[in-house]
Design a protein around this ligand. Structure first.
Ligand SMILES: O=C(O)CCC(=O)N[C@@H](CCC(=O)O)C(=O)O
Ligand SMILES: [Zn+2]
Length: 342
């Protein structure tokens, strides 16, 4: 891929700048750093990094699936620049993904379709036209690249962390979403989340079509969507707010031991309902300025549509990701209950 690309990647926001450029097939050739770590660009915003030695993990670190969620993009770009300058040396197989470079350039969540609803093959359910083309093709391409990466490294432990920031303020400033799983979350994974600075984890109750859900469904990877803070424009994120995530991502990449935490201190929620907008008649009785994890009393009418209504079913039930500005057919919010409340 050559020196031009390396000269981009070695500076702090180089991966961000490079991801704005059209992909050049020449970038797909491996280039080696003085420490024998090798890199290649597989597409715009997709960088594979191969360690010189000692690899036990195949790690996908994605960010910018929503283009306005800038803090994770800055964290990833900064980590890549430190790999290129040799400040940190990876000891695992790595795939870095900046999911939606087009929407990042206009500081939008997406161009035409919310890409984090298009994975696990869901892109095939959408009509392909000039508007929808970018995100449909991008989701398909990202699935292919992640599949190739995990297949090439089939003998390794597979991890996928998809980094996001939330639109609304949150009672839990940081939280993880665990896609639907047959098995319970392991103590080791809880410790990893805590080391990343995550306060709470939400367990989905059915399969979904997010990027992390794809890695679970197809590869049984240890995969999470991580909400690391709140959406802010580029340049307005304070790295100190993300210090635990930055440190632990460095530890993961270097295969260093991660900071020890008591697994039981992770707060666990389960999703008990998904509030869907089924028609233009949909009405939502949650105010726009409500924060994530706000609890509503049992029986409270949360939403009604032409074909259903939803009232709070449990004593302590909270709303997460309330967002009325979604198209018909999509999720307006999820309802959660704490698994072991005091
Ligand atoms: O703050 C919001 O409303 C959305 C933040 C975000 O992008 N969250 C992910 C969560 C994915 C999941 O539910 O597994 C999303 O909505 O795509
Ligand atoms: Zn997001």
């Amino acid at each position: 891929m050559g020196d031009v690309v390396l000269s981009f990647l070695e500076v702090n926001s180089g991966f961000i700048e490079l991801s704005k450029k059209p992909h050049n097939p020449e970038f797909e050739n491996w280039v080696e750093l003085p420490n024998q770590v090798a890199l290649r660009m597989l597409d715009s915003g997709v960088l594979q990094v191969r360690p010189a030695k000692a690899k036990g993990t195949a790690l996908v670190l994605s960010c910018g699936v929503h283009g306005n969620e800038t803090a994770p993009i800055e964290i990833i770009s900064n980590q890549i620049s430190r790999i290129v300058t040799g400040a940190i040396e990876p000891h695992c197989e790595l795939l870095y993904i900046l999911g939606n470079p087009e929407s990042m350039q206009t500081s939008q969540r997406f161009v035409s379709l919310n890409m984090n609803r298009l994975f696990a093959g869901a892109y095939a359910n959408y009509e392909l036209n000039e508007d929808s083309k970018y995100e449909i093709e991008r989701a398909k391409k990202l699935e292919e690249l992640v599949s190739r990466f995990f297949e090439e490294n089939s003998q390794l432990t597979k991890i996928h962390l998809d980094l996001h920031t939330a639109i609304k303020p949150s009672f839990h400033k940081t939280f993880a979403i665990r896609p639907y799983h047959q098995s319970a979350i392991s103590p080791q994974s809880k410790r990893l989340l805590l080391a990343l600075g995550i306060e709470a984890v939400l367990q989905h109750n059915k399969p979904s079509t997010t990027f992390s859900a794809f890695s679970v469904q197809k590869f049984n990877a240890e995969a999470y969507t991580l909400e690391l803070g709140k959406v802010k424009p580029f340049g307005e994120n304070n790295p100190e707010d993300f210090s635990a995530a930055i440190q632990t991502l460095d530890d993961l990449v270097q295969s260093s031991s991660i900071v020890e935490h008591n697994a039981d201190s992770l707060i666990e929620y389960k999703v008990v309902a998904e509030i869907m907008k089924n028609s233009d008649e949909f009405k939502f009785y949650v105010p726009d300025d409500v924060e994530n994890f706000t609890a509503y009393p049992q029986g409270y009418l949360i939403a009604e549509d032409f074909d259903y209504n939803y009232r709070v079913a449990f004593e302590r039930e909270s709303v997460v990701f309330p967002n009325i500005n979604v198209p018909v057919g999509q999720r307006v919010a999820i309802m959660v209950t704490e698994v072991n409340p005091d």
